[in-house]
Write a protein that binds this ligand. Structure first.
Ligand code: SF4
Length: 377
């Protein structure tokens, strides 16, 4: 199994908290699509003979692609790869792009899953985030998506913002539950220093994000999703029975994926690489003959210590946990290290053990990254 990721590096406006790579100028969108198709052709051997089981359009804002552009990507994938007949094909979309006409056109396309960037149903939050949509559009797009026949939906929500009261957070969750959205990704608001939000916090224009506030809303999230029948299968991801995201799950399970477009990451056992995060430079490099494109990406060969750290980091975040058998494959010294370092977390009941597998206790999930760092090589 393998996945293909397309990074569409354009957005209508910059959300204040956003740290992804994108440009708000759409001037070079057509050139970008052509260059990305060229990159796909050039790198078609990256996945070997692996069958493609998931295709994901992320960004940026992939819902800015028109139908012809979307179809050009999907036809090229069909042409260059063996694709599973039931492949999961996800498009990230923003509510303001999802009109009834647009959704009808998407429903006719091979896209079979929409990931909608709702973030909140409250006007105050959406203004705080500087989202391009309003609260009415947030609800309306879910009605329209259902009417267009999209069953497989996932919604992104943000908690922990100073603008989000506990009551508003509970209301956001009630709304997605009422729509029976089968999959949710819920992220704590993080303040990255180089974002607009980072500057506002530094200048005192907005209050800082309080960890206690976010931790309380995380607790609320766990209780509410559990009561509504969702399973937390990764720290930030919740699914109704059997509705895990295939694309994301394959990342966490170490399956190979090919990333196309500026800033896109690719992975295959033993190495990972990431494309240059600059639209103009990406376009310039893609105009060069293939043998002169080495500046397109950086590559890192994964040493055993990197493989161990990455496995512990991702494994602890998921319901599948960390298996000692897998660590042993990386090396017996890593097994001994893990067992030694795990003792204090086991004693504090932050880590739980079932035979040879280790999981985070529900009460320790908010601390996942810190605990993983404590177990690193
Ligand atoms: S739409 Fe998404 S990628 Fe674009 S600025 Fe907002 S959060 Fe970032």
């Amino acid at each position: 199994m393998a996945g293909i990721y397309f990074h569409i590096p354009f957005c209508k406006q910059a959300c204040h908290y956003c740290n992804f790579h994108f440009s708000t100028s759409l001037r070079y969108k057509e050139d970008m699509v052509a260059a990305m198709l060229q990159e796909l052709d050039w790198r078609k051997g990256y996945l070997g003979t692996k069958r493609v089981d998931s295709i994901y359009f992320g960004g940026g804002t992939p819902s800015l692609l028109n139908e012809a552009e979307l179809m050009a990507f999907l036809s090229a994938v069909e042409q260059h790869f063996e694709v599973s007949p039931d492949a999961e094909i996800t498009l990230e979309a923003n509510p303001d792009d999802l009109s009834a006409e647009r959704l009808a056109a998407l429903a006719r396309s091979p896209v079979n899953r929409l990931s909608i960037g709702i973030q909140s149903f409250a006007e105050e939050d959406l203004r705080f985030f500087n989202r391009a949509h309003n609260a009415r559009e947030a609800e309306r797009c879910l009605d329209l998506a259902h009417s267009a026949g999209f069953e497989d939906l996932t919604v992104d929500l943000i908690y922990g913002a100073p603008s989000t009261s506990d009551a508003q957070w509970a209301d956001n969750l009630r709304k997605v539950f009422a729509y029976r959205i089968p999959h949710l990704s819920c992220y704590a608001l993080t303040v990255e220093p180089q974002t607009a939000l980072g500057h506002f916090v530094k200048n005192g224009k907005v209050p800082p994000v309080e960890e206690e506030h976010a931790a309380r809303q995380f607790e609320l999230l766990l209780e509410a999703t559990q009561a509504a029948g969702y399973e937390q299968y990764e720290i930030s991801n919740f699914a109704l029975p059997g509705r895990y995201a295939r694309h994301n799950s394959s990342y966490w399970k170490g399956e190979p994926y090919l990333g196309i477009g500026p800033s896109a990451h690719s992975f295959r056992p033993g190495s990972r690489q990431w494309n240059i995060a600059h639209n103009a430079k990406y376009l310039r490099i893609m105009q060069c003959p293939p043998e002169e494109r080495e500046a397109l990406y950086e590559r890192e060969e994964l040493q055993p210590a990197d493989q161990y750290n990455e496995y512990v980091m991702t494994g602890l975040r998921t319901k599948w946990g960390v298996s000692l058998a897998r660590i042993r494959e990386i090396g017996s010294s890593y097994e001994a290290h893990f067992l030694r370092e795990a003792q204090s977390y086991l004693a504090r009941e932050q880590l739980l053990q079932k035979e040879e597998t280790y999981y985070l206790a529900p009460s320790a999930r908010f601390l996942a990254d810190g605990i993983a760092a404590g177990l690193f090589w």
